[in-house]
Design a protein around this ligand. Structure first.
Ligand code: CO
Length: 211
């Protein structure tokens, strides 16, 4: 009997052979150097794989994913990825890509006690509070949640701009631009929502002087 995970290994074998059939140098070229132009911060949701939905091959996007694509400065994992992407890989664009129907956003809009997930998604409740008037005025639940997905993405874009890593790169290298996108599970299309370019003046409360 074949275990379910064995399908992944069989799939990998076929994939690797297929790549080599099209280009015998595929892996030797790819293993030489990593120089992607993009950092993708997306949701862990299995339906939103960064390369697939953007039609890009391995090597083009540096990826970090977590539940509901949240950027918090106390997250060592995300901050390490961000610093490496910006300072070592010198990415030109950072993309926060949420998705409609995001379970993390849905959970934050509800009142269920979910244990440790409460803490992870608590900042989404703050996004709701910040935009309470607009969000609560949307009568349709699905439309309200969709709007929250968008607002959450743009808030995480703002959160990136609040980091010294981004501010320092803006000052010294005039990059990266930061983009907020939302992916539609139902149609496969990405909607662009917001952009903060490297010349943006952010709220003085969040600015650092000695960069
Ligand atoms: Co999600």
């Amino acid at each position: 009997m074949q275990h379910s995970y064995e399908r992944l290994l069989t799939g990998n074998k076929a994939w690797a052979e297929d790549k080599l059939k099209n280009d015998p140098e595929y892996f030797s070229k790819l293993s030489g150097i990593q120089r992607p132009d993009f950092l993708w911060i997306g949701c862990s949701d299995s339906r939103v794989p960064a390369n697939e939905v953007t039609g890009t091959p391995p090597g083009e996007i540096f990826v970090h994913r977590n539940v509901a694509n949240i950027v918090v400065q106390t997250d060592l994992n995300l901050m390490s990825v961000l610093q490496y992407a910006v300072e070592v890989l010198e990415v030109k664009h950072v993309i926060v890509c949420g998705h409609y129907g995001c379970g993390g956003v849905l959970a934050a809009m509800g009142r269920n006690n979910l244990g440790i997930i409460n803490q992870w998604i608590s900042s989404i409740k703050d996004v709701h509070r910040l935009h309470r008037a607009e969000v609560d005025a949307i009568p349709d639940i699905e439309a309200r949640n969709d709007r929250m997905v968008e607002l959450n993405v743009c808030e995480q874009v703002n959160n990136l701009a609040k980091t010294a890593i981004i501010q320092s790169a803006w000052k010294h290298h005039k990059r990266p631009d930061i983009h907020g996108w939302a992916y539609g599970l139902k149609d496969g299309h990405i909607k662009t929502l917001c952009t903060i370019t490297a010349d943006t003046q952010i709220d003085p409360i969040f600015q650092y002087d000695n960069l």
